[in-house]
Design a protein around this ligand. Structure first.
Ligand SMILES: Cc1cc2nc3c(=O)[nH]c(=O)nc-3n(C[C@H](O)[C@H](O)[C@H](O)COP(=O)(O)OP(=O)(O)OC[C@H]3O[C@@H](n4cnc5c(N)ncnc54)[C@H](O)[C@@H]3O)c2cc1C
Length: 376
């Protein structure tokens, strides 16, 4: 088979969907093709992250400079979510800020130093002692001595957002297809994607395939190190805890937040089992127990609330920064892969990628995020 379209978007996660909406809005015929495998966008926790996550800093210290240089992108990305929520929502979005908690003096010192760096990048952060925390988060455990508050942060319901954005894309005439793309290149003035069931010809291809992107670029002179990272999630039954903020920890992996329906979503980077993409990643009992036990220590009132569901999904790591822009040797192919906390960054990265297709103004300068940095 051979199918022609103005624009082919490879990958139907948050980036692919928002890119397709932008591109179809300009009048171009647009097809989103997806392998139907693991999408971070359908597994994620709905945290809107801005401050540097302590987990990322511990696990990937070599990537922290790229993350830190990206802080203005994170600030702009949550504003983009505000815009999307107004236009297509509501997505259950709340922007009360995020707390990163400290239980020891060393953790407070870490947060103070981090907050100074973030403040220099114009992130809205403040260090709170326990008395100040009691004013806004009296539900925290007694051992918490303070926190970093990042006012830019928030939370939303990703299931609601994914559904509404998909409806909007369909309304604009975007078509969705299932195919595993095995190679892409440029031929005879067209961008061509070869899949397991079809060959796709397009004026432009937007490559928004997250963990699947790197292998598709290796024949085009780019060694982009996209790696799948299987992660664990939990959600509880509704409860009356009234947790208004996104909660993280200065030294332990956790994100915790309450949805508008009362359920508490608990995750933050506990590992799941990689099953080599053949099946969805497997849930680990140690992650389930460790993650919820830590949550109950930080917010004691949820200690007796039941976990309703637990699941795992594939996150993507690169080099600490997002990657957006045309492939240097094949300019009809535009890469769109967000950096860490890719659901937060997704819509803005998608709009930046779409602007290379439609010629509209860049919503954020993509210069620092070019795939050219992976050229070999
Ligand atoms: C458990 C978990 C919790 C998370 N929580 C948060 C959070 O709270 N906040 C936050 O900001 N981020 C979070 N993330 C990260 C975030 O979900 C992802 O970074 C983001 O959703 C990535 O969006 P995407 O559109 O780039 O890619 P994805 O949503 O991963 O979609 C990529 C798509 O590409 C398709 N694909 C790949 N290769 C091919 C190919 N060769 N051919 C065709 N299709 C292909 C896949 O099938 C997939 O559907 C979390 C991730 C996980 C796993």
């Amino acid at each position: 088979m051979a199918t022609k379209t103005d624009v082919l978007v490879v990958g139907g996660g948050i980036v692919g969907q928002v890119a397709a909406i932008e591109i179809a809005s300009s009048g171009a015929s647009t097809i989103v093709v997806d392998a139907g495998r693991d999408s971070g966008s359908t597994a994620n926790a709905g945290s809107l992250h801005v401050q540097m996550q302590s987990r990322f800093m511990r696990l990937y210290p070599d990537q922290v400079p790229a993350l830190e240089a990206s802080l203005p992108l994170y600030c702009a990305a949550v504003r983009e979510w505000d815009h999307l929520d107004k236009k297509y929502g509501p997505f259950g979005m709340v922007r009360n800020g995020g707390l990163m908690l400290a239980e020891t003096v060393d953790q407070m010192e870490f947060l103070k130093a981090k907050a100074e760096r973030e403040h220099r990048a114009n992130v809205d952060v403040e260090i709170l002692d326990r008395d100040a925390l009691d004013e806004i988060a009296p539900w925290l455990g007694p051992q918490i001595i303070g926190a970093e508050l990042c006012r830019n942060e928030g939370k939303l319901d990703p299931l609601a957002a994914n559904l509404r954005l998909r409806e909007e894309a369909s309304r604009l005439g975007v078509q969705f297809a299932q195919d595993q793309i095995t190679s892409i290149d440029e031929r005879n003035g067209m961008a061509v994607a070869v899949g397991s069931t079809d060959t796709w010809h397009a004026d432009r291809i937007v490559l928004a395939a997250a963990w699947g992107t790197g292998s598709l670029l290796s024949d085009l002179g780019l060694a982009m190190p996209t790696k799948p990272e299987p992660l664990h999630m939990n959600i509880t039954e509704p409860c009356a805890a009234h947790i208004g903020h996104l909660v993280q920890h200065a030294d332990r992996s956790i994100t915790l937040k309450q949805l508008s329906g009362g359920q508490v979503v608990i995750g933050g980077g506990w590992p799941a089992d990689d099953r080599r993409m053949a099946r969805v990643p497997g849930v680990r009992c140690t992650s389930l127990v460790g993650n919820v036990a830590l949550a109950a220590r930080l917010v004691p009132s949820i200690g007796k609330v039941r976990v309703l569901r637990t699941w795992a999904g594939i996150n993507t790591t690169i080099d600490g920064a997002s990657t957006v822009g045309p492939v240097p040797n094949a300019k009809r192919i535009i890469v769109a892969v967000p950096g860490d906390a890719g659901y937060t960054l997704g819509p803005l990265v998608a709009k930046m990628a779409a602007s290379f297709v439609t010629g509209s103004d860049q919503p954020f300068d993509a210069g620092a995020f070019s795939p050219a940095r992976f050229a070999f």
